[in-house]
Design a protein around this ligand. Structure first.
Ligand SMILES: C[S@@+](CC[C@H](N)C(=O)[O-])C[C@H]1O[C@@H](n2cnc3c(N)ncnc32)[C@H](O)[C@@H]1O
Length: 210
């Protein structure tokens, strides 16, 4: 039963993400093996800005009322649990004053952005983070060779000792993505590499603002 609901969610998500494009029933999909992500030992304090924080609202569930979740899509924010603050906003144009946040998080959001858009977002992220504050990224590796129209990252996320979420994030397969590509973009924006982890399918990165 849970599996059915989850599957339906993924399909709905893909269809809404691909709105504006013709949705073809014969579209080929690729699903990653399930990625197990444990956020339970990570503690974020102070002001937290979560980019693309609609949908499951993973970071809002993880860090609670200190989180401001922004998303360009109102429908994604509407379905997120009411924890913290939700604002419709584009990551490339952050309407906050300089040096305001202690953390910026991107949980499976960069996979939805093209590379120039990520660079523009990173400039904004740098501007609104305090000196010494951190940028956190969790995302999926998208291979260079495209073998389907739609790429779906399958995840199980341990948000806390009490809460684990099983979900899938689907996107039109437009470009490759790797830890190195994202690390280079972050360093080009001025961020200092703090730590990173990867396996064959997914990666996480943490940077510090100078
Ligand atoms: C699938 S969600 C990622 C998972 C989400 N963080 C969660 O906790 O479930 C990706 C979100 O990023 C949003 N997004 C993509 N590009 C964006 C941008 N430039 N500015 C704001 N939100 C963006 C999408 O609207 C989508 O809701």
């Amino acid at each position: 039963m849970i599996k059915y609901v989850h599957y339906k969610y993924v399909i709905n998500f893909i269809i809404s993400e691909l709105e504006g494009e013709v949705v073809k029933s014969h579209m080929k999909t690729y699903e990653t093996p399930k990625q197990y992500i444990d956020l339970s030992s990570i503690k974020l304090s102070g002001r937290i800005l979560d980019i693309g924080g609609g949908g499951e609202g993973v970071i809002s569930r993880h860090s609670g009322h200190n989180v401001i979740a922004i998303d360009r899509r109102a429908d994604e924010l509407a379905e997120t649990p009411d924890i913290g603050t939700k604002i419709i906003m584009d990551a490339c144009n952050l309407n906050f004053i300089d040096k305001y946040f202690d953390h910026i998080t991107c949980f499976y959001t960069l996979m939805y952005m093209d590379l120039p858009e990520i660079s523009q977002f990173l400039q904004e992220a740098y501007r609104v983070l305090k000196s010494g504050a951190k940028l956190w990224v969790w995302d999926i590796i998208i291979p260079t060779i495209k073998t389907a129209d739609v790429f779906i990252a399958q995840l199980q996320v341990k948000v806390s000792e009490e809460q684990t979420i099983t979900t899938g994030y689907g996107v039109t397969w437009r470009r490759e993505q790797s830890l190195d590509i994202i690390k280079d973009l972050c360093e080009n924006a001025g961020f200092i590499y703090h730590e990173g982890n990867e396996n064959s399918e997914s990666f996480s990165l943490c940077f510090q603002r100078q």
